[in-house]
Design a protein around this ligand. Structure first.
Ligand code: BV8
Ligand code: ZN
Length: 253
């Protein structure tokens, strides 16, 4: 049987589907990924200078400004056909768990429920000192351009600086999020692994956990990221092009 038939059969027979996404699923919404050579964020920035607590300590205005700029991009973006197809997947009466590495809210805006954010969210800043969540709406600041230096607002409880609510390199993942993700990987029948280069750990170990537990893992990516394990399938293409047709076929039982 060919890959399309295998993926359709796996989806039709699945009772519990894990959807695991990376930056690639938001690429067609205009949100830059990290590693894509020309357009990726890391082609222009060193993540160690912007995505660590040390970077924030050394230059809070640069890091705060950078996350405000990225949040502004997300607010100006729309969910794409891939996000919408995933939201429709739950209509088929199956259990669908969305676990994302992304810090945008495009899955939620497309209608997916209970999305698990392994690496936090751009939408909920918190205090760097006491970790109290803050209302970003209370600190709206216009971001003139990428790289703008913007002094972070202060925590109303302890006067510490506010920081982005994302997980930086060297920081632990939210305990509940990682526990849910690992449990889901071990119990799902099918994992759709969409738009991820599989580099950042421990998130990148989730497809291996699923394969080790006997699930079928279907990768969707313009680049072949398959490790050629027996129950791995590779659909080469952009998520916005591939997913809608795959979900329609998979939903029809
Ligand atoms: C941790 C939020 C325990 C922030 C992110 C030394 C010290 C400490 C830790 C480490 C260390 N060395 C290594 C580590 C572990 C480290 C790590 O993995 N580093 C890597 C660089 C090797 N991990 C951590 O630090 C994690 N914490 O380990 O805690 C600990 C604690 C203390 C001490 C030791 C250990 C925390 C990692 C979380 C980092 N935060 N995001 C922000 O966004 O600014 S990571 C960020 O990068 C994303 O969330 C995502 O996870 C990752 C990027 O990966 P992708 O999403 O896959 O995106 P990428 O651009 O790479 O790929 C896009 C893909 O899409 C490509 O394949 C492309 O082909 C494809 N694509 C493009 N277009 C489309 C498409 N696909 C489909 N359709 C399209 N249209
Ligand atoms: Zn505080």
């Amino acid at each position: 049987m060919d890959v399309l038939e295998n993926t359709t059969t796996a989806l039709r027979q699945a009772e519990h589907i894990m959807v695991f996404t990376g930056a690639g699923i938001s690429a067609e919404s205009g949100i830059p990924t990290f590693r894509d050579r020309l357009t990726g964020l890391w082609a222009r920035h060193d993540p160690q200078r912007l995505e660590t607590a040390k970077a924030f300590r050394e230059n809070p205005a640069l890091v705060w400004g950078w996350y405000l700029w990225r949040r502004q991009q997300v607010l100006q973006a729309q969910p794409n056909a891939a996000h919408r197809a995933i939201a429709r997947l739950a209509d088929g009466g199956r259990q669908v768990t969305v676990i994302t590495q992304n810090i945008d809210d495009l899955h939620e805006r497309a209608g997916s429920q209970d999305v698990v954010h392994l690496h936090g969210s751009l939408m909920i800043p918190k205090c760097f000192a006491c970790h109290r969540p803050a209302e970003l709406s209370a600190v709206e600041q216009p971001v003139p351009h990428e790289g703008a230096l913007i002094e972070p607002p202060r925590c109303t409880r302890c006067n510490g600086r506010l920081r982005s609510g994302v997980v930086w390199f060297g920081e632990d993942l939210p305990a509940g999020a990682w526990k849910t993700a690992a449990q889901t990987a071990r119990s799902c029948d099918v994992m759709l692994s969409i738009g991820t280069s599989g580099v950042v750990m421990p998130a990148a170990s989730l497809p291996d956990l699923a394969l080790a537990a006997g699930a079928v893992v279907i990768h969707i990516n313009p680049i072949d990221v398959c490790m050629d394990e027996p129950k791995e399938l590779m659909l080469i293409g952009e998520a916005g092009q591939v997913l809608p047709a795959l979900i329609e076929r998979g939903l029809a039982r």
